[in-house]
Design a protein around this ligand. Sequence first.
Ligand SMILES: [Zn+2]
Length: 126
Amino acid sequence: MSFILQHRYCRECGGGLKGRKDQKFCNDYCRNRFNNRKNRIELAGQRKVNQILLKNKKIIAHMLLKEKKRKIRELDLFKEGFNFLYHTHLKKTKNGRTYIFCYEFGYIQLADEYLILVHWDNFKFK
Ligand SMILES: [Zn+2]
């Protein structure tokens, strides 16, 4: 066994470990610190994605208002700050077209750089 393998170190503080072979931390304090930091980083990432999705949703909601659907230019959504990389789910129709949703608001891309905005509740999928 090499020197590196014989000497194991705490993933939090880097202190040497002398316990069981599967030991990763010197104590509960180090384990908690490590896991709390990991969770904070994960939560921050989730919050960032949620903010983008909520912004996307609000942009479509604002453009739709009380209409059931509306045809707009792709550029108009982009100008409002819509992020086309993020969505919550897709809805495929029987004829193979795909609606892209951010929560209950979505859109479908048309061939000519236009979009149709829709609301999940008000739109009947064919
Ligand atoms: Zn430690």
